[in-house]
Design a protein around this ligand. Structure first.
Ligand code: 7TS
Length: 415
């Protein structure tokens, strides 16, 4: 008998992938779980969970300080994860990879070091109108402290950045532009290569918030020519509490340290402290060692499957979902960008997004509702909130069909 080909036309065997994720196989309110809240956090595969357990059971020790074998093993695994991140991003040097708590901390680090060192009265930071609060508030805080101003690159009605406006805003006053790679509220994939080319022409460094990109597409920081790139492990099948700041070494070298403490110093006396080299200068204190190792396992997992296969699969599921949702009466998409990844944000005529979320939950369908920590972009579209379905590599067409059925149920309830 010929075996039935399990792989989809995109080459990703989604059922095999799903078997790797224990949390997907459960009932919610008596219905099979349909997990469509991946932009908030993805689920973790056994390969990641197993590696974290294995580390704690066999290698657990502090890093960079012990002469004993367990500490050497832990250090090797931790620094091995740094090399995995370097390779995944195609960064030039492992010391350009700083481990932090997540995207939020990565951006705060740049604001508090690069920002504090480079901003003065009259200077400007550019952010886009579709940024997550974590790529707005840290800049607002440092601008306020330094007497600098925050300027906003507007978005059009589709939810695409208006690049002509970016060009207009670029000037010698601008010290940095901070832009999201993939919007968590609209799904927009921003043309980062074009943005960095424009900024480069004015000598302006670019920070990219990659929180929503890393699980959905191959990211090459050299090809994109970004100066800083921030992301969180938990949005790419890794653990919570860990993330990465990539920075070009020539910029990181000039940035003053942020947090003081162990591991970030070379020598300390009460009179004077000299600081460690990169990347340790920015990693004060004991980090989340198991988390970093888990991130390494998540990278192995995603890259083992292949980011291009994942992207092709998700694109197909997205297209299927958008077609299914287009048949729901009264449904309006918020964000119809030229290029979309992972996220479908929408409103239903006369029905509050929270009610949509609550009714869908009773059907076993997990989505997020609210402003998605991107209040300014909600204001741009004149709404307080949306309902948002967000995908991962294990999402299926059937799950998007279930979402469409669930939304018809919502309409019945409110009929
Ligand atoms: N940037 C973007 C684009 C995000 O989507 C998020 C989290 C962050 C930054 C912050 O990441 P953290 O890991 O430091 O918290 N976004 C979401 C979301 O869409 N729903 O819950 C969290």
């Amino acid at each position: 008998m010929t075996p039935v080909a399990a792989a989809t036309p995109t080459g990703l065997d989604v059922e095999a992938v799903r078997r790797d994720f224990p949390a997907l196989h459960q009932q919610v309110h008596g219905r099979p779980l349909v997990y469509l809240d991946n932009a908030a956090t993805t689920q973790r595969p056994r390969q990641v969970i197993g590696e974290i357990v294995r580390f704690y059971e066999q290698d657990n020790a502090n890093i960079h300080r012990g002469v004993h074998l367990l500490s050497e093993r832990a250090t090797k695994l931790y620094e091995g994860a740094r090399e995995k991140v370097r390779a995944a991003l195609n960064a030039t040097l492992a010391r350009e990879i700083i481990f932090v708590r997540g995207t939020t901390e990565a951006i705060n680090l740049v604001a508090q070091t690069f920002g504090r060192a480079n901003l003065g009265p009259g200077d400007e930071i550019l952010v886009s109108a579709m940024e997550h609060h974590s790529d707005i508030v840290p800049w607002q805080m440092i601008c306020q402290e330094r007497g600098a101003a925050l300027r906003v690159i507007p978005v059009d009605d589709r939810g695409d950045l208006i690049l002509e406006e970016l060009e207009r805003l670029l000037s010698p006053r601008v010290k940095l532009a901070a832009v999201v790679h993939v919007s968590n509220a609209l799904g927009t994939v921003n043309p980062i290569r074009q943005i960095t080319a424009l900024a480069r022409a004015h000598g302006v460094p670019v920070l990219v918030d990659g929180a929503q990109a890393m699980a959905h597409m191959a990211v090459d920081v050299r090809e994109l020519d970004v100066d800083f790139y921030a992301f969180s492990a938990h949005k790419m099948c890794g653990p919570t509490g860990v993330g990465v700041l990539y920075g070009k070494s020539h910029l990181l070298e000039t940035m003053p340290p942020w947090q003081g403490g162990g591991d970030m110093i070379r020598s300390v006396t009460f009179e004077k402290t000299t600081y460690n080299t990169l990347p340790h200068r920015f990693e004060a204190g004991t980090p989340d060692i198991a988390g970093v190792i888990g991130l390494g396992a998540a990278i192995d997992y995603l890259h083992g499957i292949g980011l291009s296969r994942i992207a092709a699969h998700e694109d197909a599921v997205l297209a299927h979902g958008l077609a299914a949702l287009s048949e729901i009466p009264g449904l309006r998409l918020i964000g119809t960008p030229r290029r979309r990844a992972g996220v479908i944000s929408f409103v239903l005529d006369g029905i509050h997004p929270h009610d949509i979320g609550t009714i869908l939950d009773r059907e076993g369908i997990a989505i997020r509702t609210g402003h998605h920590c991107a209040q300014p972009v909600m204001q741009r579209f004149g709404i307080p909130a949306t309902a948002r379905a967000s995908l991962a590599l294990y999402s299926t067409r059937e799950e998007l069909d279930a979402l469409a059925r669930g939304l018809r149920r919502v309409l019945e309830v409110f009929a």
